[in-house]
Write a protein that binds this ligand. Structure first.
Ligand code: LLP
Length: 417
């Protein structure tokens, strides 16, 4: 078990060495607070588990793409998994090495492919024959050889929320594993390509690694078949997907348990293992700090209305996701009540929790919405013309502004009347 970066110190929820109430006072609310050492220790858990195996850990930028976080991981030697030209731009701005970047995604534009080739990224995870043709054409124009892997769909049920399950035949992702040999053989005829990898990603928030291991088994069999066809496969990319405990009772398999079960499957294969973890690196090291605006009762129900909303953290509305909500100050809440915790946005879907047992909070109290380091800020919007929150990165006793709070002027940037 890795340490929880958020603990109560003298009755106040703190991130590493800094009390969250002081962050609220200094930077206002809502604010995303991230713990640098929490992120580093989770990244290191992957590095340690993989020691002795040829590997590259490509942090999945989509989970949290703030420059400060990318920079911390780049300094630690992380590679990056990107899905857009914008994510590649961020990686470069944060000091990441493009040569450690894998470019995933089902719909890359020609401009993005060109940009990635110009930046000399490590490889493309391709999801269709048309995409492979585009890469071949653009690489040839540039006089380059593009390293590619084909993302196959191993038809394994990831047992997670339907919106984040991707490994079944009926999903838009990847190439059917049964058709893969034909796709590889055709790709091998094209100029400008080095066909060196097989990749897959079956879904996200997997508490049980069994489906991932099952997928790995199927994909390894494919690697053997491809090698028998004289295709020099060197890289095996198993994507991301390991889950985190959002609820106190959730048991997520530790990274090293997963890797120890994977290791024997890779024995003697001379493959470099690539992983693309996102959530499991950053989720637990972030909270969304919000202030209670008011408490009201409608009929039988209590509502705690906070100053954060679905535009800041959409996971509960979009995936019925559970996030623990805890008071920043432990004392002064002798009684409890059951309430919906909601934001000010004009949508019934604007909630963080429904019918949740909570300490009897009052206006002005601070709440921390936990496990919000992944797929939090990155999915935020300006809906209801709400400026997006501030993000801070805590490093021991220091607080670094990772993104300043948006101002009204930011809301209309680029618009004209
Ligand atoms: N690689 C690929 C190709 C992916 O599509 C994803 C996530 C990852 C890696 C990283 O997966 P992770 O290790 O984070 O599970 N917004 C949703 C999650 C969407 C995941 C999309 N793909 C949520 O908030 O739960």
């Amino acid at each position: 078990m890795l340490n929880d970066p958020f603990t109560y110190q003298a009755g106040v929820l703190s991130c590493e060495g800094v009390a969250l109430d002081s962050i609220a006072t200094e930077f206002g609310t809502p604010t995303y607070v991230y713990a640098k050492h929490g992120i580093l220790s989770r990244f290191s858990a992957y590095e340690n588990a993989l020691s002795g195996l040829p590997h590259r850990i490509c942090y999945s930028v989509k989970a949290n793409s703030n420059l400060a976080i990318l920079a911390v991981l780049a300094k630690q030697g992380a590679g990056f998994d990107i899905v857009s030209g914008g994510e590649l731009f961020r990686v470069i701005q944060a000091g990441g090495d493009p040569r450690s970047v894998v470019f995933s995604g089902v719909g890359k534009t020609p401009e993005e492919i060109r940009f990635a080739l110009e930046q000399r990224i490590h490889s493309f995870n391709c999801e269709s024959e048309s995409e492979i043709e585009w890469i071949s054409k653009i690489a040839t124009e540039l006089g380059q050889t593009a390293s590619i892997a084909i993302r196959v769909n191993p038809d394994v049920d990831a047992v997670t929320h339907p919106y984040i399950s991707t490994g079944l035949r009926e999903h838009k992702f990847g190439v059917d594993i049964h058709a893969a040999e034909a796709t590889y053989t055709r790709a091998a005829q094209l100029p400008g390509l080095a066909i060196e990898g097989v990749s897959c990603h079956i879904g996200s928030q997997l508490l049980d690694p069994d489906p991932l291991l099952q997928a790995a088994g199927k994909v390894i069999e494919l690697v053997k078949r491809l090698r028998a066809l004289n295709l020099p496969i060197r890289y095996l990319d198993l994507g991301g997907g390991l889950g985190v405990p959002y609820r106190p009772g959730d048991r997520a398999a530790p990274v090293n348990t997963f890797i120890e079960r994977l290791r024997p499957k890779l024995e003697g294969l001379n493959l470099t293992l690539m992983l693309e973890p996102g959530r499991s690196v950053v989720a637990e090291s972030g909270v969304l700090l919000a202030r209670v605006l008011l408490v009201k009762r409608n009929g039988e129900k209590n509502f705690v209305i906070v100053d954060a909303a679905m535009n800041d953290l959409i996971r509960p509305a979009l995936y019925q996701a559970h996030h623990e909500i805890v008071p920043v100050r432990q004392c002064g809440h002798e009684s409890h009540f059951r309430a919906d915790v909601v934001g000010p946005v004009c949508e019934t879907g604007d909630f963080f929790a429904r019918g949740r047992e909570l300490p009897a909070v009052k206006p002005g109290d601070l709440l921390a919405i936990r496990t919000a380091g992944a797929y939090g800020f990155v999915l935020s919007s300006n809906y209801n013309s709400r400026p997006r929150p501030c993000e801070v990165l805590v490093d021991g006793n220091d607080v670094h502004i990772a993104r300043r709070r948006e101002q009204f002027a930011d809301l209309i940037r680029g618009e004209s009347a």
